[in-house]
Write a protein that binds this ligand. Structure first.
Ligand SMILES: *[C@@H]1O[C@H](CO)[C@@H](O)[C@H](O)[C@H]1NC(C)=O
Ligand SMILES: *[C@@H]1O[C@H](CO)[C@@H](O)[C@H](O)[C@H]1NC(C)=O
Ligand SMILES: *[C@@H]1O[C@H](CO)[C@@H](O)[C@H](O)[C@H]1NC(C)=O
Length: 433
């Protein structure tokens, strides 16, 4: 590098730093609350002293916050919160240090039990974040760990799960292939376990490891009771022509160490059993207990399951097809796409349902970045997909901090100190949007 270039780079760097500092000062001045000491990342005062203020500004969609957020995201290095799990702390320490809520937060919630199926395969940190967000003692949780996950991951999840009476790992595990039958089978394995436990749960909800709640447990129950009283929620419509290949030809799963996928064969499939009309919809559902028992025992459900074994992504037709049968328990035969189960930014809905992905797309689904936070919290959906805390740590940090405050604000019982993530908060926002 010659002297001129060096001077030029130095000058540019200086300008960059100035812009950063000015933006930071600007941002601080636009925020009202008086901050006091709070060190989360002691090395980086700008990012760590006022995380709630930065989050507030991100939730309000301030563009200056985005720039600072990006900077902070690159340099933030938080302690691994799973350390305690891996280093075999005792359970009371694990529960306390990870801020698990250990009592129902209202009588209404204590009376209404949700069963969760969570299918996971990697990233312990994200699993802990998800579980501690949705965990409550009156609910039950079946965790399906992909059979091909690394042993130390399985062990760590098992260690955490052992601390709870109402969380367990499914008794049968699948090697899950994207868009394959194994994905559907994983849910069914959990359902078989869940109908046999003593807790009389009311509804079942399925999640994957990259989901995070937008609505609180209380809001989820109120949404189910007010909009869907005793009905199943399975968004979807009669299979459109461009989806017919999924069930018209026979697909096979290719499973080999390292890679697995499904591929179409040249074989045509028979018509669906019992002359069933095949629907196409979301793999995410909210189902009543009676409907789950029906799908595990009814002859049409069993035959449809068998027929679906060599179809493409059967979890996107199985539940919705059965829930459109007029005699199925809690069925909604005339429903279509309604049901606010999952906020997803699909690539092909850019400009229609959302303003573009501020993170990046994976298989046409947005992995949320900082610029997506406002859209997420304003969404009417119960959960959002997809999150990658390794890539965008601040997205999860902000959502977690805000979500927990909202949960505690809605509580109708005395709160315990360790339920709070932050000792005091500087959120400058409406928590109820
Ligand atoms: C768990 O560990 C903590 C800290 O090491 C200790 O104070 C506590 O008594 C232990 N609790 C139980 C139930 O063993
Ligand atoms: C909860 O259940 C109990 C017993 O069934 C009932 O007496 C009470 O009214 C219920 N409370 C609410 C808020 O639903
Ligand atoms: C199958 O269903 C179609 C309409 O969905 C109907 O027209 C036909 O008669 C049915 N066939 C049998 C054998 O039930």
């Amino acid at each position: 590098m010659n002297q001129l270039d060096a001077t030029k780079s130095g000058f540019l760097l200086c300008i960059g730093v100035c812009i950063f500092i000015c933006t930071f000062i600007y941002l601080r001045n636009t925020l009202s609350k008086e901050p006091s000491e709070q060190k989360s990342f002691p090395d980086i005062a700008e990012c760590g002293f006022y995380p709630d203020e930065l989050c507030s500004a991100l939730f309000e969609g301030k563009s200056a916050a985005n720039q600072i957020g990006h900077f902070c995201q690159q340099i933030s290095h938080q302690p691994e919160m799973s350390d305690c799990i891996r280093s075999s702390c005792n359970c009371s320490t694990v529960l306390k240090s990870l801020h698990f809520i250990t009592r129902p937060l209202s009588e209404e919630e204590g009376n209404f039990s949700l069963a969760y199926i969570i299918t996971i395969h990697k990233e312990l940190e994200m699993f802990v974040k998800l579980l501690r967000a949705i965990y409550l003692p009156q609910n039950v949780y079946c965790i399906h760990i992909d059979e091909k996950s690394p042993q130390d991951y399985k062990t760590a999840v098992q260690t955490l799960v052992n601390c709870f009476e109402n969380v367990f790992i499914s008794s049968k595990r699948e090697n899950v292939v994207y868009a394959g039958f194994s994905r559907l089978q994983a849910d069914i394995n959990c359902m078989k376990d869940l109908v046999n436990i003593k807790t009389q749960w009311n509804y079942i909800i399925n999640l994957c490891g990259q989901d995070y709640p937008i609505k609180t447990n209380k809001e989820i129950i109120q949404y189910i009771k007010s909009k869907w009283n005793d009905k199943n929620i399975t968004p979807g419509v009669v299979q459109p022509p461009h989806m017919k290949h999924r069930t018209h030809v026979s697909y096979k799963e290719y499973v080999h160490s390292g890679t697995s996928y499904v591929y179409p064969t040249k074989n045509m499939k028979d018509d669906p059993p019992h002359n069933l009309t095949i629907y196409f919809g979301s793999a995410y559902y909210v189902l009543t207990r009676k409907f789950v028992e029906f799908t595990l025992t009814d002859v049409r459900a069993k035959d449809l399951l068998e027929w679906s074994k060599d179809t493409y992504s059967p979890d996107e037709h199985y539940w919705v097809t059965l829930n459109r049968l007029s005699d199925a328990p809690a069925a909604t035969p005339n429903a279509e796409w309604e049901g606010n189960i999952r906020a997803i930014k699909w690539k092909d809905q850019e400009g229609v349902v959302h303003n573009g992905c501020k993170g990046h797309y994976i298989r046409d689904i947005c992995v949320y970045g900082l610029g997506d936070l406002q859209w997420i919290i304003e969404s009417p959906h119960l959960f959002a997909n997809k999150f990658e805390p390794k890539t965008y740590p601040l997205v999860m940090d902000c959502l977690e901090r805000r979500y927990r405050l909202k949960v505690l604000q809605q509580a109708e019982v005395a709160l315990e100190a360790h339920w709070y993530f932050q000792e005091s908060n500087y959120f400058n926002m409406k928590l109820n949007v």
